[in-house]
Design a protein around this ligand. Structure first.
Ligand code: HXC
Length: 257
């Protein structure tokens, strides 16, 4: 399908979504939300795709929600249309999403990166939740996901002051999974995605669900959920193959079933 604000391509078992509003530094308007969530759902439904990469440009992953688009909206309008609620669709994508971040990941851009499962960032990446400077607050999960990612002390600091986080601090705080030299973020993210896509897709889906459960429940319930998911892997052909391959000292030939 054709999208207005993004480019999509596949590379083997990896689906790549590139935000493509260069003149607006990939500001996230309603069309971007529709395009990204639709493309991600399409890749998720495609059994050949084992991981998704989400990226922007060198200068900006995304400079936030589109301020021009929302600047004149009233309370009744944002309430009525549930502004930005459509982004929640990304939480229902079961295929792992790797964000490849270069340059600005501010406001909604930082929140979009946090909706991914893994963030691979270039040395040039800058994160932040500057909404407070606009007289608003994060609205795509930033106050929740940033706090879970880096803790209250740092989340309060960033969200209340609007200050920017350079990539070394972002990595130290655990917001970012890997930092790579400038310009290498997409290649590195695709490599991570290819590695994930080479594993058994059922195990990958169950593993992602298990980790995400840690954010939704108590430790005891989470461990119980993990156990049920772990037992479920024994219903797959890939468990038989993966363990047989180890015993026979060869590489597994996963069939993703
Ligand atoms: C709309 C944006 C934009 C945005 C940049 N642009 N960010 N348009 N919404 N979030 C546009 C600019 O208006 C400009 O277009 C063009 O992109 C290039 O931007 P410049 O500002 O000229 O670039 P530069 O000087 O390099 O500065 C880069 C920047 C700055 C530091 C990233 O653009 C910036 O501060 N952007 C806003 C960052 C921000 O506050 N994000 C949070 C948004 S609120 P024109 O046509 O004018 O040249 C948000 C909250 C969501 O995400 C939920 C709660 C409401």
């Amino acid at each position: 399908p054709d999208f207005e604000t993004i480019l999509t391509e596949t590379s083997g078992r990896v689906g790549i979504i590139t935000l493509n509003r260069p003149k607006a530094l990939n500001a996230l308007n309603a069309q971007v939300m529709r395009d990204v969530t639709a493309a991600a759902a399409d890749f998720d439904a495609d059994p050949v795709i084992g991981a998704i990469v989400l990226t922007g440009s060198e200068k900006a992953f995304a400079a936030g929600a589109d301020i021009k688009e929302m600047s004149t909206k009233s309370y009744a309008e944002v309430l009525g249309e549930a502004l930005f609620a459509g982004w929640d669709a990304l939480t229902r994508v079961r295929t792992p999403i790797v964000a490849a971040v270069s340059g600005y990941a501010l406001g909604g851009g930082c929140e979009l990166a946090m909706l991914a499962d893994i963030i691979v960032a270039s040395e040039t990446a800058v994160f932040g939740q500057p909404e407070i400077n606009l007289g608003v607050i994060p609205g795509i999960g930033g106050s929740q996901r940033l706090t879970r990612a880096i803790g209250k002390a740092k989340a309060m600091d960033l969200i209340l002051t609007g200050r920017r986080l350079k990539v070394d601090e972002a990595e130290r705080l655990g917001l970012v999974s890997r930092v790579v030299p400038a310009g290498d973020h997409l290649t590195a993210a695709v490599e991570v995605a290819e590695t994930i896509a080479s594993k058994s897709l059922p195990s990958v889906i169950l593993a992602k669900e298990a980790v995400n459960t840690a954010f939704e429940t108590t430790l005891a319930e989470g461990v119980r959920a993990e156990r049920a998911l772990f037992f479920a892997t024994f219903a797959t052909d890939d468990q038989t193959e993966g363990m047989a391959a180890f015993v026979e000292k060869r590489e597994p030939d996963f069939r993703h079933r």
